[in-house]
Write a protein that binds this ligand. Structure first.
Ligand code: ASP
Length: 303
């Protein structure tokens, strides 16, 4: 038995947007490639990293090459990796690697640490010969200029959380179960558009943006400041531990997030028995999964 569930972010998409088509194609490819690895007897860890790398490279998501830019027009990316063998690692505010998820997996497996940040993390990426990311695409720079235009003339920048509805989204996450009954989770993001330099979101925070135990894994997308406040991934895990019910774990955790701020959060989860689920309180969430019977990839909607 093997399973894979991916998300392409909770937030608001314009359905007629050309980008939706491209993003759906990219998430489908990520699902296919991840499933090939799992079907061939590869590990859940390999599968989630491959799937995330495809989405990071596609430019359609807010991760890797497609990352949102901070207020200074610079990419600062967060990513994390965890597996049910107890390897956990994350990176925050990195500017160097094309695939921050690969660096997060390196931290998890090859170092004694759980979280590396900023220049130090970037220097490790260079030292282990990870590929360097290129300049942001024209579309990303165009979007940055558009957004920053709206800020001109303001005495102070509006707080991210107040304008978050259109500034976050399209982050990526993946959870896999392999034939050896091992689970792995990986997440990657450029964070929130126009964030302050040095801002770190929920994505690399264990218990916030992701959580994994021997028999359950979960990861989050949405407004990092809400997800961290509510330790939303850990909240989901506690419910799972109590009830063994994957769907219920997400229902309870999303409910909790909604009390902190409505329209803020999306989650995916998978357990060792192959049960998977997703849930979100934002307008949209893009997901793709293989549940043992069928492969699905959709831009799901709450409206
Ligand atoms: N959770 C991410 C962050 O706050 C953003 C997202 O999910 O789109 O950094």
């Amino acid at each position: 038995m093997f399973r894979l569930i991916l998300h392409g972010g909770a937030g608001t998409w314009r359905k007629d947007d050309e980008r939706v088509k491209g993003a759906l194609e990219a998430i489908e490819e990520a699902l296919e490639k991840g499933l090939e690895i799992l079907d061939g007897g590869g590990s859940a860890g390999e599968a989630v990293v491959k799937s995330i790398e495809i989405m990071e490279d596609s430019g359609y998501f807010n991760a890797g090459s497609g990352s949102a830019l901070n207020i200074e027009g610079v990419r600062e990316m967060d990513a994390a990796y965890g597996d049910s063998r107890g390897n956990i690692g994350a990176v925050a505010s990195v500017r160097y690697p094309k695939n921050p998820v690969a660096l997060a997996r390196y931290v998890a497996i090859e170092t004694d640490h759980l979280l590396l940040a900023g220049e130090g993390a970037d220097s490790i990426a260079a030292r282990i010969d990870l590929e360097k990311i290129g300049d942001p695409s024209k579309n990303i720079v165009f979007r940055y200029n558009e957004l920053i235009e709206g800020y001109k003339g303001l005495k102070r920048f509006p707080r991210n959380i107040k304008v978050a509805n259109y500034l976050y989204g399209d982050t990526v996450g993946a959870i896999a179960l392999d034939k050896n009954r091992e689970l792995a989770v990986a997440v990657s993001t450029g964070g929130i558009w126009l964030k302050l330099p040095g801002r770190v979101g929920d994505t690399p925070i264990f218990g916030g943006g992701f959580y994994i135990s021997r028999d359950y894994a979960v990861c989050a997308t949405g407004i990092g400041e809400v997800i961290m406040r509510g330790l939303i991934s850990y909240r989901a895990y506690l419910e799972y531990e109590e009830t063994g019910d994957v769907y219920r774990s997400l229902m309870v955790a999303i409910d909790h997030a909604g009390k902190i701020m409505p329209e803020s959060t999306g989650l995916i989860a998978l357990d060792i028995n192959g049960s998977l689920a997703y849930r979100f309180n934002t307008k949209h969430m893009m997901v793709a999964y293989y549940d043992g019977n069928r492969k699905v990839s959709i831009l799901d909607s709450n409206i």
